[in-house]
Design a protein around this ligand. Structure first.
Ligand code: PRP
Length: 180
């Protein structure tokens, strides 16, 4: 990869590891004595998910889901398209949704409402990145690793046209890449 494709490293792998350790300790305290179901929202959260569950001492079971939202106009009443659903029944279970980024909030808003209808005992959201400046749907995470400005971020799971997910850090993509 040309280094000129990355404008700068926004969050280094060391900073990510340090922050994950902190949130994992908080999750361990909050889920003490429990075994939550951790849901990885594909594809973006796969790297964060793998690091997070290994940093937690709390035992978890894992599930994977691929979703996208559509039909949002000026309101927050859009729909959720589920291309891969979880396999287990979450009724009466503690559920932790693991997301890479909350941007407009449409996806998480619709996902949370959908999972709520399955009657989990508790339903919490953790996100690696939060971009509050872009929020349209009224949703917030229970745990946020990093709040960021409205920048085009890639790496550590996040992509541009399916590239850069394998970078070990969160970077800002050069304008020259997506304006060409
Ligand atoms: C990204 C991200 C969130 C969603 C956030 O997924 O992983 O799920 O967009 O955007 P929103 O807050 O505006 O709804 P994307 O659809 O790009 O899929 P990917 O994770 O497979 O890259």
């Amino acid at each position: 990869m040309q280094t000129s494709e990355i404008e700068k490293v926004l969050i280094s792998s060391e900073e990510i590891a340090k922050r994950i350790k902190e949130v994992a300790a908080q999750l361990d305290a909050d889920y003490k004595g429990k075994m939550p179901i951790a849901i990885c929202i594909l594809k973006g959260s796969v790297v964060f998910f793998a690091d997070l569950i290994r940093a937690m001492e709390t035992p978890v079971t894992v599930e994977f889901m691929k979703v996208s939202s559509y039909g949002f106009g000026t309101t927050s009443s859009g729909k959720l398209s589920v291309s891969l659903d979880i396999l287990s029944n979450i009724e009466g279970k503690d559920v932790l949704i693991v997301e890479d980024i909350i941007d407009s909030g449409h996806t998480m808003y619709a996902l949370k409402n959908m999972l709520k209808t399955r009657n989990p005992a508790s339903l919490r959201i953790i996100t690696l990145l939060d971009k509050p400046a872009r929020r349209v749907s009224e949703i917030s995470a229970d745990y946020t690793c990093f709040e960021i400005e409205d920048e085009f971020v890639i790496g550590y799971g996040l992509d541009y046209a399916e590239r850069y997910r394998d970078l070990p850090y969160v970077g800002i993509l050069s304008r020259s890449v997506y304006e060409n």
